[in-house]
Design a protein around this ligand. Sequence first.
Ligand SMILES: Nc1ncnc2c1ncn2[C@@H]1O[C@H](COP(=O)(O)OP(=O)(O)O)[C@@H](O)[C@H]1O
Ligand SMILES: [Mg+2]
Length: 342
Amino acid sequence: MKIGIHPDETGFSGRWIERCEARGVAWKRVNCYASDIVQQLADCDALMWHWHQLDAKAWLFARQLTQALEAGGKHVFPNRQTAWHFDDKVGQKYLLESVGAPFPETHVFYDEDSALAWLAGAPMPQVFKLRGGSGSTNVYLVRTRADAVARVKQAFGRGHRTFDRHGYVKEKLRLLRRDKTPERLKAFVRSTGRLVVPYDIERVRGFERGYAYFQQFLPGNDFDTRVVAIGGRAFALRRRVRPDDFRASGSADMHYAPEDIDLAKVRVALDLADRLESQCLAVDLVDGPDGPMVLELSYGFPTGPFLDDCPGYWDRDLVWHAGRQKAQYFMVDDLVAAIEAR
Ligand SMILES: Nc1ncnc2c1ncn2[C@@H]1O[C@H](COP(=O)(O)OP(=O)(O)O)[C@@H](O)[C@H]1O
Ligand SMILES: [Mg+2]
């Protein structure tokens, strides 16, 4: 058995390599950006590649490469079921509706007239989202019908920026004001560079245009809950919303006490991961009027102090397993088991 691993600087690959080394699983370095990636993998059973939503190159071909390799009999992490809807809230809307997951009422429109006709009688406020983005960057509360109409006009006119660079700088400034550390200062200074030199993803994707996404606002949530399900193991944490804001994702205000995690949300995430046959499913949930509601799915999360700080995990029977884990190790373990089972 041999696994091809695409090395990255900040993602999962370092941990994957550690795990392969510790378990004596053969692995080799591969470069997914090279045209001969399929040939590079000829002597491998699997590919592991942690591609990021801001990776412009990955956005161009990661899903296609995955499907192609799977068609040729290779295992991939993340596989098609795990990654097809990543960073695509439009895709996730249909998926969550289709499998009957608890999901706030969400409308997507592909022409201005339909959007405006719906808005005329829609309840306010609504949450307007772009299909991509993380850390709450592309999520906005529209309080009035006039705000919503302006968003629609922009969506079908000049479009929205794929990456909200001004929001990004403001967010880094907020974090610097909160924790005056050299790391926060560095991150803030670096973020201002993005006002001048855009991310490649902005040039590749262009403006977000031609659709409008509105979601029912679920009031009264002081935090969201992020549950990450990996092969029937659920890691969970809570994130407090930003001061004077309704958005939690990216707030960097985390809470890990297992007794404060709502197990109904853990149950939803574990069941959804199994239903979707996902190798790794990160689910963001808040409370709705009748229980947990899913807001977003993804497969990636920050490496290091995020999931690493979870003091344990729950299994499919909601039995708690105490002890910190490197969740990325389980990705290797599950992939090796899948290769062996074939
Ligand atoms: N419909 C909603 N009702 C209430 N809060 C929401 C809603 N949608 C998003 N939020 C808040 O905004 C945050 C970001 O939304 P999310 O859809 O998860 O986008 P992101 O990709 O930026 O994480 C969530 O963590 C949650 O706190
Ligand atoms: Mg989210």
